[in-house]
Design a protein. Sequence first.
Length: 149
Amino acid sequence: MAIAVSVQPGPFDAGHELARLGAGRADIGAVASFIGLVRADDGLTALTLEHHPTMTIRQLEAIARTAGDRFPLLGGTIIHRHGRLLPGEAIVLVAVSSIHRGAAFSACEFLMDWLKTRAPFWKLEEGNWGKRWVDAKPDDDAAAERWAR
């Protein structure tokens, strides 16, 4: 089982990615997915994601391998965008396939929790208040910590 990883500036086609996960497979019982969007909280007008390409790919691949070790997955994909994004645009797609829905849901949630806390992206918010770098959120750390057990 492999989870494909992509870091890209442009948009992705979630429908295409989900169809690709199940194409020609009769052993898949579930595909679970998550799409993260830029939301216009607190007057946000844009979000810029910066990263170091080699470091980012390596870390996302390590997170994907960990998910594959923890859950009985048949396939998956992680697509994370970078660059300047506007409210309503998709930032990230996580999709996994498994024999059973429970494993697919859990793996998808695990991947997002670890991406939020371990993926090396730096986020710069722009809004009517100016620009500011986004700090880590305690809620995100708590969500990721529950998988440490």
